[in-house]
Ligand binder design. Sequence first.
Ligand code: DX5
Ligand code: ZN
Length: 215
Amino acid sequence: MVIVAPSILSADFTKLHDEIRAVTDAGAEWLHIDVMDGHFVPNITVGPIVVENIRKKTSLFLDCHLMIEHPEKYVDAFIKAGADLITIHWETVSDPLVVIKHIKESGCKAGISINPETSFESIQDIIPEVDLVLIMSVHPGFSGQRFIPDVIPKLKQVSEIIKKTKKQIFLQVDGGINNQNAGLVKKNGADVLVAASYIFKSKDYHSAIKQLKEA
Ligand code: DX5
Ligand code: ZN
């Protein structure tokens, strides 16, 4: 069974607690929090203060996706805020392993993400050291974009490397996920599906999450 991680990016921020409760009741296990800085991506979202407030209201696994430059400056603040997992982008750091190790030594899970145009070879050597690999299936920055099918071969390659490690490493896909492509990404190894618009723009969160799980 895959894990579904609703991304709050498409939630109604004026009633965030209700939205979190609704996806929890609808069967979500994780909550995906998209952190954007207006530099690495052309959009700005939320920071550690919002994570800290969410932490007080939910026991969902808080999956923080940092789409920011210099993530090493901010990881401690997200850990202190109560993140369960912090994913940084390979494109934003010269030595991802240093940041990954620091996150893990602080008692938090650590993930590495790559943009659609970044090859799997770039992260090949660090995969055994992470708890999660995130394959972006849109150009990061906004919810509601179309899934880029070209990332499928890369997903499969990463899935094969993960299998060889014999470690429990999650393989997450993020961007444009819906009931039409969820089956395809799962078939190619994904076990954590992020979805913002497909869930939060639907009338029935329970049915949307169920469709992703059963696709
Ligand atoms: C995009 C974010 C995604 C986004 C997904 O930069 O990382 O998590 O919220 O949105 P949808 O599911 O609508 O493509
Ligand atoms: Zn994300």
